[in-house]
Every structure is written in structure tokens, then in C-alpha cells.
Design a protein around this ligand. Structure first.
Ligand SMILES: [Zn+2]
Ligand SMILES: [Zn+2]
Length: 269
């Protein structure tokens, strides 16, 4: 089996996107982000994002969007016409909406926007999400020390993204990583991050001969899965978004075997 499911070109695009996000994150000021984080809300599994307000600098947000548009143009000339019409239609008012709707993952808004402006369905939300991530990533950095553990079933403690990626780090510790906001937190090795099941008879590991550093933890209780990558041998640790992408073959294997990125919630009576 080939382990590189995603083309080199797409991986390079994502690498450049990660670079843009890192650069823009460093340009943001922490005082633009206000979080009302407390122990009780963390313990109850409310994502930090729900308790955070952003004072997004709109001109900078638009500049970041322009860079993303240029990058997409470079990688896919076919998008040229769409991207230039999008660029000419963007202004402060639209950007304000994009911030709001990207933060609330409002797919309906963005598909409506795409439809009205004759754009490919995925394009507006992809760009808005890419441009808002520096804010999420800075938020994650600001609260990282307080986010040691997550609550099973609620996803990333900072942004709520469903859990799917873990790394084995020193001493074989299992650390969950969020590919969206890049936050990371500790998890117990034999516990399912989707339903909290820790009955080892119901936790299994799928392994791939061609890819000995990876395994897929699957849970028979909720049918959820988590990719676990042993990155201890890596010379440089990849950032979670790129590791998530380069291990997408594991998602396919898990899903072909009937497991899901979000475990099924069992109703307990
Ligand atoms: Zn996150
Ligand atoms: Zn489970």
C-alpha cells in the first residue's frame, strides 16, 4: 500500500499555508484576544474558544487573505478567475462576516456566499478558515499551560475540533495534538478520546506493515479511532496540521474498517 495518498504538490501547498499562518500568528497581539478561562469550564469540557472574544484587526485579516489567494493562484491556475473576482469583492464588511462565520464554522453561510458569487463551494470557507487559524493558534499558545487534559468526547479543549491525532513522545507518553489550533494535551495510553472507554478489551490497535511508526487506536465501544504516530525518531517534529495530512492514509484505513473520526455517542439510560 502506498502511504502517500496526498500529492506532493498538495503537501507543499499545505506547508506554505502553515508558514503563512505562523507568520501571521506572530504579527497578532495577545491583547486582541480575551479568554475567560476557568478551571470549572475546562473540566466541564467547554472549549476555550467559546469563552474567548477576538478583536480581529480587519485590514490585517484582509492582507492575510490576499496572501492565501496568491498562494492558491500559484498552485492552481484554474482558480485564477474565481480568485480575482473574489479579491475584488472583498471589503471590510465582508471580512467582518467572514471572521464571525469562520469562528462559528458556519458552512451554510459560506456555501451561500459561494453560490451568490459563482465560486466553487469549498473556496470561501477554506480561505476564511485558513486566515482565522492564526488567531486560534495564538489563543492555543496563550492557554497551553492550562490545558493539560481534555474531556473525552468534546474534542480539542481549545477549539473543539474532533480528536484524531496523537503522538508518542518521550517515555512513550501519548499526547493528543489538534491540527487546527495546534494545541496539545496529555491522554492516557489506553483510553478512548471519544467516549472515555478504558476497558482494554475493547481497545485495539491497527498497525500497518509499511508504516511501523504509526498505529490506529480503535474503540469497540464507540467505533471511534485515533491515529497514533511515534515521532520519537523524527529529527524535526512536524507540526500537527502537516502530520495529520501526511498520515491521511491511516484515516482511510480506519474508515474502511468501519471506524469513525467522531465516536458514536451511546445513550445511557
Ligand atoms: Zn484545537
Ligand atoms: Zn470510544
Amino acid at each position: 500500500m502506498k502511504t502517500s495518498v496526498v500529492s506532493k504538490e498538495y503537501q507543499n501547498l499545505q506547508k506554505e499555508i502553515a508558514g503563512i499562518q505562523e507568520k501571521w500568528k506572530n504579527r497578532l497581539k495577545p491583547e486582541w484576544i480575551t479568554t475567560k478561562l476557568d478551571k470549572a469550564s475546562l473540566e466541564s469540557g467547554i472549549p476555550v474558544l467559546a469563552l474567548t472574544s477576538f478583536n480581529v484587526n480587519i485590514p490585517l485579516f484582509l492582507q492575510c487573505i490576499e496572501e492565501i489567494i496568491e498562494l492558491l493562484e500559484k498552485y492552481n491556475g484554474n482558480l485564477s478567475d474565481q480568485l480575482s473576482s473574489l479579491k475584488s469583492g472583498l471589503n471590510d464588511v465582508v471580512a467582518e462576516y467572514w471572521v464571525e462565520e469562520a469562528l462559528s464554522l458556519n458552512t451554510l453561510y459560506f456555501s451561500g456566499f459561494a453560490h451568490e458569487n459563482h465560486l466553487d463551494e469549498w473556496l470561501p470557507q477554506f480561505i476564511a478558515e485558513t486566515a482565522i487559524r492564526p488567531y486560534l493558534q495564538l489563543t492555543a499558545e496563550m492557554v497551553q499551560d492550562q490545558v493539560q487534559y481534555g474531556k473525552p468526547g468534546v474534542g480539542c479543549p481549545v477549539c473543539g475540533e474532533p480528536v484524531r491525532l496523537a503522538q508518542l513522545e518521550e517515555d512513550g507518553k501519548k499526547i493528543l495534538h489538534c491540527p487546527r489550533c495546534l494545541c496539545h494535551w496529555n491522554a492516557s495510553r489506553l483510553t478512548c478520546s471519544h467516549c472515555g472507554n478504558s476497558n482494554h478489551e475493547k481497545i485495539q490497535f491497527l498497525t500497518i506493515d509499511e508504516d511501523p511508526a504509526s498505529q490506529i487506536q480503535v474503540c469497540e465501544e464507540c467505533k471511534g479511532y485515533t491515529k497514533i504516530i511515534d515521532t520519537r525518531q523524527y529529527i524535526t517534529k512536524p507540526i500537527a496540521s502537516l502530520l495529520d495530512l501526511s498520515t491521511i492514509h491511516l484515516d482511510f484505513i480506519a474508515q474502511e474498517n468501519g471506524y469513525m473520526a467522531i465516536g458514536e455517542k451511546k445513550e445511557s439510560n
